[in-house]
Structure formats: structure tokens, C-alpha cells
Design a protein around this ligand. Structure first.
Ligand code: F6R
Length: 363
């Protein structure tokens, strides 16, 4: 049942190129430079803002979804933990589109947030992986991730598919709201469809990550730093590590380092730094210099050929160079593998981490 893999988590990490392709199937038209969603019949585009609600990993996908929606559809978007949204008497109304994200479609807080939104007159679109789940029955529209059954408690392939659906949805809205041209869309989609192959390439270098994990599994504290599209990924990388290896890990926007967390840096602290290629790249290199000056250990994840970053780091993981907004789809894979191999090295129960359940159906 685990297809020759030692754990469901590893099997599911390896399924990612395939489920990514499945999630794009029929939704991307390269010739026309267009995104289609069969599910979005009679979908209005006249709402004023989007509020995303989700929990855990799904919320990290939501934070990236917000960046996509603001960038490609130019629509004001907020993200909230469902557990916060539902108790805050949130300011939402019939002009608000609530976008909920859930792998299982059974998370209690997410369901409650959506019910509340409906009471307040919002329209609700949900990104969900489980056909016919409770969430899909209380949503106006459902965009399915096609990740297949996810068994490992730590979500991997569902997260990747959530990011993909959110990007497609942002492009779809951008086109319908007239802020994204055919040519720009076509270029983006052409690159998007190459990602499964690039993810396969990263998976083939799995052994390097396994070796890296052997060097780092005894560290007791990790920081994960990123900015822009890589900030939500820093949060997700830290969550993966803590939930399956029980190592304390904190995800941060690198820009916040000097406002407090830098006080933590010492030789026993490991920092996983995610570096893209946009305007904030030089700022992150600055963070790395500061960490190095205090003898902190650095694992850098950056694009092939980024010598400047490699020089500042103790260890480097390279990923292929793609448009900045597509980097998360590649950056996530080494982080999942790293968490997996650290947990393996520590002898943890990877598919059933202590204190956790696959779907959180109670508050
Ligand atoms: C982490 C993880 C959890 C879930 C969260 C929401 O790996 O799996 O953080 O993402 O409990 O679950 P769903 O997406 O089913 O609503």
C-alpha cells in the first residue's frame, strides 16, 4: 500500500509531480493563454475583496494565495486563521468573497468560519481535496485539488496542489477582471507546466537532502527565513519540521530578524534560509551575514548558480531558476524531504506524529 516507500509521507512527497499534473489537467490552455474552471459556473467577479480562511498548512497556502490574488487579480485580499476569524465578529458582507482552503473538508474551525461567513451574506468558494466532504456541501463553489487520498498526517502533496489551484484561480480572476493579458498569462502558464518535471529533478537529488539531515538532526532549534512568496514557505517548512521531528522550529519573515529573533542566534541555532531572486534577495544575504557573524549555522535554499548566497552558507540546496512567483512550488520539496529525513534519523513515528490527528474535527 505504501508502494515500496517506508512511509506514506515519503510516498506522497514522490507523488507530487503526478498530482500537480492532475490538478492542472483541463484547466490550463496554453494555446489560448487561458485558465478554465469548469466548476466556476455563474461566478461573479464584482466582489470588492477576498478573505481567505484556513488552518495550519492550508493557511500557509492561503498566505501565498493572497500574494497571487493581489498580484494577478489586483483584488484586496486578507488571510485569517479560521479559528480567529470565527470568534472576531469579522467585517464581511455580500461584497466579500470568502475563500476557504482545506484538504479534508472536515476541519471544525474552517467549517464554522464558512458557516459564519454565509450567515453574514458572503459568497464562498472552497479549495478542497475530498469529494463530497462537509466543506464542499456548504460552499457556493468548490475548486478541487486533485491530490488523491492523503494518508500521512503531515500534509505534503495536498499543499502543493492547493498552491497550484490558488495560482490558477488568481490568474482566472485576473483575466476576468481585465488585469492580466493573454501574453503574460501564456508565459506564466508555459512555465507552470514545466514544474512537474523540475520537481522530479529535485526528487532525484533526494540523497543529498538525506545526507544534510544527518548533519542537522541533533539541532534543537531552527529558524526558517523567507520573504515575499517564500515567507509562507518558511512558515510551512518550520511546521513540517516541528510536527514530525518534534524539533522546535520557527518560521519568520527575514525582515523581522532585527526586531527581536536575531537575539536567538548562536552556534547551536540552525537557520534555513530561502532565497529568491527579486528585490529582497540582497536583504536576505544581509541577514545571512549577520547570522554568520554570530556563528549561527546556515542552510540556504537558492537558485542554481547563486554563488553569493552559497558563500554565506554552511550548506546549500539548489533549485532550478524559475519566475519568482513559481519558486514556492520547487522550494517546498527539499523542505519536506529535509523534515522527513530529520524525523527518520531521530526515529520518530513519521506517519502518525504524537498528539496529532489527520483531520481536526473538534476545536
Ligand atoms: C500540517 C497539517 C495541518 C492541516 C490543518 C488543516 O501538515 O496537515 O496543519 O493542514 O489541520 O487541515 P485541513 O486542510 O484538512 O483543513
Amino acid at each position: 500500500e505504501k508502494g515500496g516507500y517506508k512511509h506514506f509521507m515519503l510516498k506522497e512527497i514522490h507523488e507530487q509531480p503526478q498530482v500537480f499534473e492532475d490538478t492542472l489537467a483541463g484547466r490550463v490552455n496554453l494555446l489560448e493563454g487561458q485558465v478554465y474552471f469548469e466548476e466556476l459556473q455563474e461566478f461573479p467577479i464584482d466582489f470588492e475583496r477576498v478573505v481567505i480562511v484556513a488552518c495550519g498548512t492550508a493557511c500557509h497556502a492561503g498566505m501565498l494565495g493572497r500574494i497571487f490574488l493581489e498580484k494577478f487579480a489586483r483584488i484586496p485580499t486578507e488571510v485569517d486563521y479560521a479559528s480567529e476569524f470565527r470568534y472576531r465578529d469579522p467585517l464581511v458582507d455580500s461584497k466579500t468573497l470568502v475563500l476557504s482552503i482545506s484538504q479534508s473538508g472536515e476541519t471544525a474551525d474552517t467549517l464554522a468560519a464558512v458557516s459564519l461567513a454565509r450567515e453574514k451574506g458572503c459568497r464562498v468558494v472552497s479549495v478542497c481535496n475530498v469529494l463530497g466532504s462537509s466543506l464542499t456541501r456548504i460552499s457556493d463553489w468548490v475548486l478541487y485539488t486533485r491530490a488523491g487520498v492523503e494518508i500521512s498526517v503531515a500534509s505534503t502533496k495536498a499543499f502543493l496542489c492547493q498552491m497550484a489551484v490558488l495560482l490558477l484561480f488568481a490568474i482566472y480572476l485576473g483575466q476576468h477582471r481585465g488585469c492580466l493579458g493573454k501574453e503574460e498569462t501564456r508565459r506564466l502558464l508555459e512555465e507552470l507546466v514545466t514544474l512537474p518535471r523540475l520537481i522530479r529533478d529535485i526528487l532525484e537529488r533526494e540523497e543529498d537532502i538525506c545526507k544534510l539531515a544527518k548533519k542537522f538532526y541533533l539541532f534543537r532549534n531552527f529558524l526558517y527565513l523567507g520573504r515575499g512568496v517564500l515567507f509562507p514557505l518558511a512558515l510551512e517548512g518550520a511546521l513540517k519540521l516541528k510536527e514530525i521531528s518534534y524539533i522546535h522550529a520557527e518560521g519568520l519573515s527575514a525582515g523581522e530578524m532585527k526586531h527581536g529573533p536575531i537575539a536567538l542566534v548562536e552556534p547551536d541555532l540552525a537557520t534555513f534560509v530561502l532565497v529568491g531572486q527579486d528585490v529582497v534577495r540582497s536583504k536576505i544575504i544581509g541577514n545571512m551575514e549577520e547570522i554568520k557573524a554570530r556563528q549561527g549555522k546556515i542552510i540556504a535554499l537558492c537558485c542554481f548558480g547563486d554563488q553569493e548566497v552559497a558563500e554565506q552558507a554552511d550548506e546549500v540546496i539548489y533549485i532550478p531558476r524559475v519566475t519568482e512567483c513559481l519558486l514556492p512550488f520547487l522550494a517546498i520539496v527539499p523542505m519536506q524531504l529535509f523534515a522527513y529525513y530529520v524525523a527518520l534519523e531521530k526515529g520518530c513515528d513519521i506517519d502518525q506524529p504524537r498528539n496529532l490527528a489527520k483531520s481536526v474535527t473538534v476545536e
